[in-house]
Design a protein around this ligand. Structure first.
Ligand SMILES: Nc1ncnc2c1ncn2[C@@H]1O[C@H](COP(=O)(O)OP(=O)(O)OP(=O)(O)O)[C@@H](O)[C@H]1O
Ligand SMILES: [Mg+2]
Length: 146
């Protein structure tokens, strides 16, 4: 008997350098269909922006140097195979401010990549990427697909 049609797929990775994290994200992004939402969850310096760069590279963005934490601008948009909306919630406190970002303009229009996504208190289907700093150059990265 099939109990549930919903099967959560979770994978755990250990990376030993910035480059390995970049390449991991690049590989994962190659399978993206165009409307994925990616939540990046982890402390300062955990590797969220490195992962965002890898996603952009996997989607064929030529100049990945444009990819940086949009901490002040809140959102950066890159033109790759699909538009990439790179959002950083670090400076946003209240859920109301986050809701106000105009998600309806981005959802379904491209790939949405969110740093500090743990601040989102409303329901959004997303691939959740959680970073744990093991030691200086080592990160445990759990990727949970929905
Ligand atoms: N295995 C690793 N994976 C990713 N980054 C690593 C790794 N080892 C060391 N680093 C270093 O950790 C830092 C990660 O920086 P990054 O800007 O991606 O963090 P962040 O999570 O986006 O931080 P912030 O919250 O400030 O935006 C970089 O300096 C990178 O070189
Ligand atoms: Mg960052």
């Amino acid at each position: 008997m099939k109990i549930s049609t919903y099967q959560k797929k979770e994978k755990e990775y250990l990376t030993n350098s910035e480059k390995e994290t970049f390449l991991l994200a690049k590989e994962i992004a190659k399978d993206f269909k165009g409307k994925e939402v990616v939540f990046l969850i982890g402390e300062l310096g955990a590797g969220k922006t490195v992962f965002a760069k890898g996603i952009a590279a996997g989607l064929g963005l030529k100049d990945i140097h444009q990819v940086c934490s949009p901490s002040y601008t809140i959102i950066n948009i890159y033109e790759a195979k699909y538009p990439i909306f790179h959002i950083d919630l670090y400076r946003l406190g209240k859920n109301a401010e986050i809701l106000d970002l105009g998600w309806e303009d981005y959802l379904g229009q491209g790939i949405i990549v969110v740093e500090w996504a743990e601040k989102i208190k409303f329901n959004l289907d997303a691939i959740r990427v959680v970073f744990h700093m093991v030691k200086k150059d080592q990160r445990k990265i759990t990727v949970c697909f929905y």
